[in-house]
Design a protein around this ligand. Structure first.
Ligand SMILES: Cc1cc2nc3c(=O)[nH]c(=O)nc-3n(C[C@H](O)[C@H](O)[C@H](O)COP(=O)(O)OP(=O)(O)OC[C@H]3O[C@@H](n4cnc5c(N)ncnc54)[C@H](O)[C@@H]3O)c2cc1C
Length: 145
């Protein structure tokens, strides 16, 4: 894949669409002016935001820090916990609530949360998900400072 394959402005290629890659794509998409760049995430998994940690389907696999300390948006500590409440994502999961009231949803739920914020950008083709594994990277053209 090259910039020419996409045809528009500069290409920001993000290798890996786990939490870090998905968060990078999300913040670029929301902060850059419309059409400023083609944001491409190369990730072999079906969804973006799941990665190794949050793609497990085993319901006993839970996040290991409380939901109130996990967020896609730094400075908004309760962003994930608010999403859980708004979407009812753990309504049928009594085990997600610890004795002290802290929330520990299944890990996959965190992936769904991240993915849900990318989805509008994926539908709008602001972010493209290329479902593949990168085998090599080549430097072409000249770096500018
Ligand atoms: C089992 C486990 C549980 C965890 N639980 C928590 C938790 O509850 N709370 C917490 O804060 N942190 C937790 N972590 C830490 C967690 O790893 C980070 O929160 C975060 O998910 C790391 O994101 P990442 O994008 O760096 O890696 P990942 O999310 O693993 O993403 C890397 C991605 O790169 C892709 N990739 C790899 N090679 C290629 C290639 N050649 N081409 C294209 N794509 C490629 C992979 O498919 C993967 O999706 C946990 C980690 C593990 C391993």
């Amino acid at each position: 894949m090259s910039a020419r394959d996409l045809g528009r402005g500069p290409v920001v290629a993000i290798i890996g669409g786990g939490f870090s890659g998905a968060a990078t794509a999300f913040h670029l998409a929301r902060l850059l002016p419309a059409g400023a760049a083609d944001i491409v995430v190369v990730e072999p998994r079906e969804g973006l935001g799941y990665g190794l940690a949050y793609s497990t389907a085993d319901p006993s696999h839970r996040i290991n820090v409380p939901a109130s300390r996990m967020t896609l948006i730094s400075g908004q500590d309760s962003h994930f916990a608010d999403w859980l409440e708004q979407t009812g994502a753990i309504l049928d999961d009594a085990e997600a609530i610890a004795a002290n009231g802290a929330l520990y949803p299944q890990r996959r739920v965190f992936g769904r949360y991240v993915e849900s914020y990318l989805q509008p950008f994926l539908f709008g083709k602001v972010i493209r998900h290329v479902r593949s594994a990168v085998a090599s990277v080549e430097l072409s053209g000249r770096a500018t400072s």
